[in-house]
Design a protein around this ligand. Structure first.
Ligand code: PRP
Length: 216
């Protein structure tokens, strides 16, 4: 039997994803060691391997077939636009991609002014402003703590993830427009989907059944 390789987005999602996999019988003991510096973990009996990667790299590993299956947020999928199959919505890590800023910036969104938009997600921001709102904006790519941008005058608004809304609130900002709801997805390499169809579909079915039993 061939090894099935899973790429998991490092961070908040990975632990919840591993918990779900464990409930459907896919386990990896050596991954639980918090001090390990290993990058890839194998379960010889089940012929599965796992690795953790930066979220934005997960779709890349899956597109090229270095991983058969990826677990990653919809935000990353929309931003990276890789050729792969999105097969299942795990429903975990639910949040929203939003345009946010100080209250007074709302007006600038209505009058199609040429404003600056800071984001870790320049493709999502561009698609939203250019294709949906037909508003010409200047997009500034940042790598984190994006909420700083409107506070220090780098941009009028931001495009960012809002989960509880606490970060915005504590910085005097608010949601101005909602772009899209987000959650973690299972993605599959296009060739793996054909070659390993039965194993992959069984896995998805088991996860769905497990989640339905949890919600019942
Ligand atoms: C994310 C996001 C917001 C925050 C939203 O940042 O970019 O800043 O979480 O969560 P909240 O609505 O519950 O406050 P993350 O912690 O991933 O770090 P980053 O700022 O470096 O992107």
């Amino acid at each position: 039997m061939r090894y099935l390789t899973f790429a998991l987005a490092k961070g908040r999602l990975a632990k919840s994803a591993m918990d779900i996999l464990e409930h459907v019988g896919i386990t990896c003991e050596e991954m639980k060691d918090p001090d390990t510096r290993k990058l890839i973990f194998t379960n010889e009996e089940q012929h599965v391997r796992f690795f953790l990667a930066k979220p934005s790299d997960v779709p890349t590993y899956v597109e090229y077939g270095a991983a058969d299956i990826g677990i990653v947020g919809k935000d990353t999928l929309l931003e990276e636009k890789r050729a792969l199959y999105e097969v299942y919505d795990l429903g975990i890590g639910r949040c929203r991609m939003c345009v946010a800023g100080p209250k007074q910036a709302a007006e600038k969104l209505q009058h199609h002014e040429l404003i600056r938009v800071a984001s870790k997600y320049p493709n999502i921001a561009k698609d939203y402003f250019y294709n949906k709102k037909h508003q010409t904006v200047e997009i500034i790519k940042l790598n984190g703590s994006v909420e700083l941008a409107p506070i220090v005058g780098l941009a009028e608004v931001i495009v960012d993830i809002v989960e509880t809304g606490t970060t915005l609130k504590e910085n005097g900002l608010e949601v101005l427009e909602e772009i899209v709801p987000l959650s973690a997805r299972i993605v599959v390499n296009q060739v793996s989907m054909k070659m390993e169809n039965e194993r992959i579909m069984t896995l998805i079915r088991d996860i769905r059944q497990y989640q339905e039993s949890q919600n019942a």
